[in-house]
Design a protein around this ligand. Sequence first.
Ligand code: FES
Ligand code: FES
Length: 158
Amino acid sequence: MDRRTVSVTVNGRRCAAEVDVRKTLADFLREDAGFTGVHVGCEHGVCGACSVLMDGEVVRSCILFAVQADGHEIVTVEGLGNEDALNPLQQAFVEHHALQCGFCTPGMLLAAVDLLKHCPEPTEAQVREALSGNLCMCTGYANIVRAVRAAAPSVRSG
Ligand code: FES
Ligand code: FES
């Protein structure tokens, strides 16, 4: 099996490893870079759990090879905030009870970051459309949509 060295900036930190050319970006981020906030669900681009930002745009890391991210910048959920200083979207998810098991949450947050960058004042319909590729088995979505809209003013002013 061919192997290649991949070098990716993840949450501002350079991560390099020699990997099988067929290794997915999701597995690289979890296993080689240590960012286990990247959740792997369906593994074929359907559920959105593995979503990350690549050069600022949301992508599904389970259907990209790690070699395709070579030289690019990735942000995972670990790059948004931390326990002491949550990002406004994370804070709104807490305040609006927008998560239960949390499996879908990293992907939801990163899809919402992408949405608010392109659409700083989204309607409910725009939030639902933007998150329509992110599946949640627990919440029923209403609180997720509320949380994203509630966070929008802070993201705009931040
Ligand atoms: S795990 Fe990547 S879209 Fe489901
Ligand atoms: S909170 Fe459990 S899958 Fe969304």
